[in-house]
Design a protein around this ligand. Structure first.
Ligand SMILES: Cc1cc2nc3c(=O)[nH]c(=O)nc-3n(C[C@H](O)[C@H](O)[C@H](O)COP(=O)(O)O)c2cc1C
Length: 278
Protein backbone atom coordinates (compact mmCIF):
# COMPACT_ATOMS: atom_id res chain seq x y z
CA UNK A 1 0.00 0.00 0.00
CA UNK A 2 1.20 3.53 -0.75
CA UNK A 3 1.77 6.21 1.94
CA UNK A 4 -1.38 7.98 0.81
CA UNK A 5 -3.71 5.09 0.01
CA UNK A 6 -6.66 5.58 -2.29
CA UNK A 7 -10.23 4.79 -1.29
CA UNK A 8 -10.05 1.44 -3.07
CA UNK A 9 -6.75 0.57 -1.38
CA UNK A 10 -8.15 1.39 2.06
CA UNK A 11 -11.28 -0.69 1.52
CA UNK A 12 -9.35 -3.61 0.07
CA UNK A 13 -6.99 -3.57 3.05
CA UNK A 14 -9.83 -3.38 5.54
CA UNK A 15 -12.18 -5.98 4.03
CA UNK A 16 -10.12 -7.96 1.50
CA UNK A 17 -13.30 -8.56 -0.55
CA UNK A 18 -14.51 -4.94 -0.91
CA UNK A 19 -15.64 -4.02 -4.44
CA UNK A 20 -13.24 -1.81 -6.34
CA UNK A 21 -13.61 1.13 -8.68
CA UNK A 22 -17.32 1.74 -8.13
CA UNK A 23 -17.31 5.51 -7.61
CA UNK A 24 -17.85 6.20 -11.29
CA UNK A 25 -15.96 9.49 -11.20
CA UNK A 26 -17.88 10.89 -8.20
CA UNK A 27 -16.02 12.94 -5.60
CA UNK A 28 -14.99 10.31 -3.03
CA UNK A 29 -13.24 12.55 -0.49
CA UNK A 30 -16.00 11.97 2.08
CA UNK A 31 -15.93 8.20 1.48
CA UNK A 32 -12.15 8.28 1.77
CA UNK A 33 -12.44 9.90 5.19
CA UNK A 34 -14.93 7.21 6.32
CA UNK A 35 -12.80 4.36 4.92
CA UNK A 36 -9.76 5.82 6.67
CA UNK A 37 -11.46 5.90 10.10
CA UNK A 38 -9.37 4.69 13.00
CA UNK A 39 -9.73 5.15 16.72
CA UNK A 40 -7.10 7.47 18.16
CA UNK A 41 -5.43 6.67 21.48
CA UNK A 42 -2.62 9.28 21.59
CA UNK A 43 -3.23 13.03 21.47
CA UNK A 44 -1.12 16.14 21.12
CA UNK A 45 -1.05 18.44 24.11
CA UNK A 46 -3.08 21.00 22.16
CA UNK A 47 -6.59 22.24 22.94
CA UNK A 48 -9.57 21.87 20.67
CA UNK A 49 -11.49 25.15 20.38
CA UNK A 50 -14.84 24.96 22.23
CA UNK A 51 -16.64 26.28 19.12
CA UNK A 52 -15.19 23.38 17.15
CA UNK A 53 -16.46 20.92 19.76
CA UNK A 54 -19.91 22.54 19.56
CA UNK A 55 -19.77 22.31 15.76
CA UNK A 56 -18.96 18.59 15.94
CA UNK A 57 -21.90 18.13 18.33
CA UNK A 58 -24.13 19.91 15.81
CA UNK A 59 -22.88 17.61 13.04
CA UNK A 60 -23.35 14.54 15.23
CA UNK A 61 -26.91 15.56 16.01
CA UNK A 62 -27.57 16.18 12.31
CA UNK A 63 -27.59 12.38 11.89
CA UNK A 64 -30.86 10.46 11.53
CA UNK A 65 -33.01 10.05 14.62
CA UNK A 66 -35.81 7.54 15.09
CA UNK A 67 -39.22 9.12 14.25
CA UNK A 68 -37.64 12.58 14.71
CA UNK A 69 -37.82 11.89 18.45
CA UNK A 70 -34.24 13.18 19.09
CA UNK A 71 -33.62 10.91 22.05
CA UNK A 72 -29.86 11.46 22.48
CA UNK A 73 -27.84 14.10 24.23
CA UNK A 74 -24.12 14.84 24.48
CA UNK A 75 -22.50 15.95 27.74
CA UNK A 76 -19.16 17.76 27.36
CA UNK A 77 -17.15 17.14 30.52
CA UNK A 78 -15.21 20.39 30.92
CA UNK A 79 -14.94 20.76 34.72
CA UNK A 80 -11.34 19.80 35.67
CA UNK A 81 -12.45 18.03 38.85
CA UNK A 82 -14.99 15.94 36.98
CA UNK A 83 -12.39 15.14 34.32
CA UNK A 84 -9.94 14.12 37.04
CA UNK A 85 -12.54 11.81 38.61
CA UNK A 86 -13.16 10.15 35.26
CA UNK A 87 -9.46 9.98 34.37
CA UNK A 88 -8.65 8.31 37.68
CA UNK A 89 -11.09 5.49 36.90
CA UNK A 90 -8.99 4.44 33.90
CA UNK A 91 -5.28 4.22 34.69
CA UNK A 92 -5.02 1.45 32.09
CA UNK A 93 -6.45 3.69 29.33
CA UNK A 94 -4.14 6.74 29.37
CA UNK A 95 -5.77 8.12 26.19
CA UNK A 96 -8.71 9.16 28.38
CA UNK A 97 -6.62 11.43 30.62
CA UNK A 98 -4.52 12.46 27.62
CA UNK A 99 -7.44 13.68 25.53
CA UNK A 100 -8.07 17.43 25.61
CA UNK A 101 -11.81 16.84 25.32
CA UNK A 102 -14.04 14.19 26.84
CA UNK A 103 -17.73 13.82 26.08
CA UNK A 104 -20.44 11.39 27.08
CA UNK A 105 -23.16 10.31 24.68
CA UNK A 106 -26.42 9.58 26.45
CA UNK A 107 -29.72 8.03 25.48
CA UNK A 108 -32.54 10.34 26.58
CA UNK A 109 -36.11 9.06 26.80
CA UNK A 110 -36.87 11.61 29.52
CA UNK A 111 -37.60 14.61 27.29
CA UNK A 112 -40.23 12.63 25.38
CA UNK A 113 -41.96 11.56 28.58
CA UNK A 114 -41.90 15.18 29.79
CA UNK A 115 -43.44 16.29 26.49
CA UNK A 116 -46.21 13.71 26.95
CA UNK A 117 -46.89 15.05 30.43
CA UNK A 118 -46.99 18.67 29.25
CA UNK A 119 -49.38 17.82 26.44
CA UNK A 120 -51.52 15.69 28.70
CA UNK A 121 -51.20 12.59 26.52
CA UNK A 122 -50.41 9.19 28.02
CA UNK A 123 -47.02 7.59 27.29
CA UNK A 124 -48.20 4.19 26.12
CA UNK A 125 -44.85 2.80 25.00
CA UNK A 126 -43.25 1.95 28.29
CA UNK A 127 -41.47 -1.20 27.14
CA UNK A 128 -38.11 -2.31 25.79
CA UNK A 129 -38.48 -0.21 22.64
CA UNK A 130 -38.29 3.02 24.69
CA UNK A 131 -34.80 2.12 25.90
CA UNK A 132 -33.70 0.59 22.63
CA UNK A 133 -34.65 3.60 20.48
CA UNK A 134 -32.81 6.05 22.72
CA UNK A 135 -29.73 3.80 22.85
CA UNK A 136 -29.67 3.41 19.06
CA UNK A 137 -30.15 7.16 18.58
CA UNK A 138 -27.16 7.84 20.84
CA UNK A 139 -25.05 5.30 18.93
CA UNK A 140 -25.92 6.91 15.60
CA UNK A 141 -24.90 10.34 16.92
CA UNK A 142 -21.70 8.88 18.34
CA UNK A 143 -20.79 7.45 14.95
CA UNK A 144 -21.56 10.72 13.15
CA UNK A 145 -19.38 12.55 15.67
CA UNK A 146 -16.39 10.30 14.99
CA UNK A 147 -16.74 10.73 11.24
CA UNK A 148 -17.13 14.52 11.50
CA UNK A 149 -14.05 14.66 13.73
CA UNK A 150 -12.08 12.49 11.30
CA UNK A 151 -12.96 14.83 8.44
CA UNK A 152 -11.56 17.76 10.47
CA UNK A 153 -8.27 15.94 11.10
CA UNK A 154 -9.20 15.25 14.72
CA UNK A 155 -9.02 11.87 16.44
CA UNK A 156 -11.62 10.14 18.62
CA UNK A 157 -12.04 7.01 20.64
CA UNK A 158 -15.44 5.88 21.97
CA UNK A 159 -15.26 4.69 25.58
CA UNK A 160 -17.84 2.11 26.66
CA UNK A 161 -15.87 1.31 29.81
CA UNK A 162 -17.55 4.30 31.46
CA UNK A 163 -20.38 1.81 31.95
CA UNK A 164 -18.11 -0.15 34.28
CA UNK A 165 -18.64 2.73 36.72
CA UNK A 166 -22.32 3.50 36.29
CA UNK A 167 -22.95 4.89 39.75
CA UNK A 168 -19.92 7.21 39.62
CA UNK A 169 -20.79 8.50 36.15
CA UNK A 170 -24.44 8.81 37.06
CA UNK A 171 -23.68 10.91 40.16
CA UNK A 172 -20.99 12.98 38.44
CA UNK A 173 -23.24 13.99 35.55
CA UNK A 174 -26.39 14.14 37.69
CA UNK A 175 -28.29 11.98 35.24
CA UNK A 176 -32.02 11.94 36.00
CA UNK A 177 -34.44 9.10 35.31
CA UNK A 178 -34.63 7.93 31.67
CA UNK A 179 -31.24 9.47 30.79
CA UNK A 180 -28.40 6.95 30.63
CA UNK A 181 -24.81 6.88 29.40
CA UNK A 182 -24.15 4.93 26.21
CA UNK A 183 -20.45 5.69 25.72
CA UNK A 184 -17.83 8.30 26.41
CA UNK A 185 -15.68 9.81 23.67
CA UNK A 186 -12.14 11.15 23.70
CA UNK A 187 -11.34 13.92 21.23
CA UNK A 188 -8.13 15.67 20.28
CA UNK A 189 -5.45 16.21 17.67
CA UNK A 190 -3.79 12.86 16.87
CA UNK A 191 -0.16 12.62 18.02
CA UNK A 192 0.56 9.76 15.63
CA UNK A 193 -1.05 8.22 12.61
CA UNK A 194 -2.79 5.08 13.81
CA UNK A 195 -3.09 2.15 11.45
CA UNK A 196 -6.52 1.30 10.15
CA UNK A 197 -8.07 -1.80 11.63
CA UNK A 198 -9.22 -4.72 9.51
CA UNK A 199 -12.86 -5.77 9.39
CA UNK A 200 -14.53 -9.10 8.66
CA UNK A 201 -14.92 -9.74 4.93
CA UNK A 202 -18.22 -8.58 3.48
CA UNK A 203 -18.90 -12.27 2.70
CA UNK A 204 -19.53 -12.73 6.43
CA UNK A 205 -21.42 -9.53 7.20
CA UNK A 206 -23.41 -8.46 4.14
CA UNK A 207 -26.34 -10.69 3.11
CA UNK A 208 -28.74 -10.64 0.20
CA UNK A 209 -32.41 -11.49 0.67
CA UNK A 210 -31.89 -13.89 3.56
CA UNK A 211 -29.54 -14.12 6.50
CA UNK A 212 -26.99 -16.68 5.40
CA UNK A 213 -24.05 -18.14 7.33
CA UNK A 214 -22.75 -20.32 4.49
CA UNK A 215 -19.61 -18.23 3.99
CA UNK A 216 -19.12 -17.29 7.62
CA UNK A 217 -16.51 -19.74 8.85
CA UNK A 218 -14.35 -19.55 5.74
CA UNK A 219 -14.52 -15.76 6.00
CA UNK A 220 -13.56 -15.78 9.68
CA UNK A 221 -10.69 -18.19 8.98
CA UNK A 222 -9.36 -15.95 6.23
CA UNK A 223 -9.83 -12.87 8.41
CA UNK A 224 -8.03 -14.48 11.34
CA UNK A 225 -5.09 -15.26 9.07
CA UNK A 226 -4.96 -11.75 7.57
CA UNK A 227 -5.19 -10.08 10.95
CA UNK A 228 -2.54 -12.33 12.48
CA UNK A 229 -0.25 -11.40 9.59
CA UNK A 230 -1.05 -7.69 9.18
CA UNK A 231 -2.30 -6.62 12.63
CA UNK A 232 -1.04 -9.15 15.20
CA UNK A 233 -2.16 -8.61 18.79
CA UNK A 234 0.53 -7.20 21.09
CA UNK A 235 -0.57 -9.47 23.94
CA UNK A 236 -2.92 -12.35 24.65
CA UNK A 237 -5.95 -12.03 26.88
CA UNK A 238 -5.78 -13.85 30.22
CA UNK A 239 -3.07 -16.45 29.39
CA UNK A 240 -3.25 -17.88 32.93
CA UNK A 241 -6.77 -19.07 32.26
CA UNK A 242 -6.62 -19.79 28.52
CA UNK A 243 -2.95 -20.46 27.79
CA UNK A 244 -1.12 -18.91 24.84
CA UNK A 245 -1.84 -19.54 21.19
CA UNK A 246 0.25 -19.15 18.07
CA UNK A 247 -1.19 -17.65 16.02
CA UNK A 248 -3.38 -15.70 18.44
CA UNK A 249 -6.41 -14.90 16.32
CA UNK A 250 -9.21 -12.34 16.37
CA UNK A 251 -11.87 -14.99 17.04
CA UNK A 252 -9.80 -16.47 19.89
CA UNK A 253 -9.46 -12.99 21.40
CA UNK A 254 -13.19 -12.27 21.12
CA UNK A 255 -14.15 -15.66 22.56
CA UNK A 256 -11.86 -14.95 25.52
CA UNK A 257 -13.19 -11.42 25.98
CA UNK A 258 -16.76 -12.49 26.64
CA UNK A 259 -15.80 -15.55 28.67
CA UNK A 260 -15.70 -13.03 31.54
CA UNK A 261 -18.92 -11.45 32.83
CA UNK A 262 -19.06 -7.72 32.17
CA UNK A 263 -21.50 -5.07 33.39
CA UNK A 264 -23.91 -7.55 34.88
CA UNK A 265 -25.42 -4.60 36.78
CA UNK A 266 -26.42 -2.73 33.62
CA UNK A 267 -29.97 -4.13 33.43
CA UNK A 268 -30.62 -3.23 37.05
CA UNK A 269 -29.22 0.26 36.46
CA UNK A 270 -31.46 0.84 33.44
CA UNK A 271 -34.52 -0.49 35.30
CA UNK A 272 -33.68 1.81 38.22
CA UNK A 273 -33.67 4.68 35.70
CA UNK A 274 -37.37 4.00 35.19
CA UNK A 275 -37.33 1.80 32.08
CA UNK A 276 -39.58 -1.26 32.24
CA UNK A 277 -37.69 -3.26 29.52
CA UNK A 278 -40.65 -5.65 29.27
C1 LIG B 1 -19.56 1.79 21.33
C2 LIG B 1 -18.05 1.68 21.34
C3 LIG B 1 -17.40 1.57 22.54
C4 LIG B 1 -16.00 1.52 22.59
N1 LIG B 1 -15.37 1.49 23.79
C5 LIG B 1 -14.02 1.57 23.85
C6 LIG B 1 -13.36 1.66 25.10
O1 LIG B 1 -13.98 1.63 26.16
N2 LIG B 1 -12.01 1.79 25.09
C7 LIG B 1 -11.28 1.83 23.93
O2 LIG B 1 -10.07 1.98 23.99
N3 LIG B 1 -11.91 1.72 22.72
C8 LIG B 1 -13.24 1.60 22.65
N4 LIG B 1 -13.88 1.53 21.45
C9 LIG B 1 -13.09 1.55 20.21
C10 LIG B 1 -13.04 0.15 19.58
O3 LIG B 1 -12.14 -0.64 20.32
C11 LIG B 1 -12.60 0.31 18.12
O4 LIG B 1 -13.58 1.02 17.42
C12 LIG B 1 -12.38 -1.07 17.47
O5 LIG B 1 -11.30 -1.73 18.07
C13 LIG B 1 -12.11 -0.92 15.98
O6 LIG B 1 -11.00 -0.08 15.79
P1 LIG B 1 -11.09 1.22 14.86
O7 LIG B 1 -12.14 2.13 15.43
O8 LIG B 1 -9.72 1.86 14.94
O9 LIG B 1 -11.42 0.77 13.49
C14 LIG B 1 -15.26 1.55 21.39
C15 LIG B 1 -15.95 1.63 20.16
C16 LIG B 1 -17.32 1.70 20.14
C17 LIG B 1 -18.02 1.81 18.80
Amino acid sequence: MTDTPTLDELLRLRFDDAPQDVAGGADTSHWHSIANHQSCRLYEDRPVRPELVQQLCALALSSPTKSDLQQRDIIIVSDPDKRATINDLFPGSPWIAGAPVFLIFCGNNRRLRQIHERHGHPFENDHLDAFFNAAVDAGIALSAFTLAADAAGLGTCPISTIRDYLETINALLELPNWVFPVAGMTLGWPARTPRINLRLPLAATVHTDTYNEAAQWDAIKAYNARRAELRPYGSQRDPDRFGTRDPYTWSEDKARQYAEPQRTDFGDYIRAKGFSLS
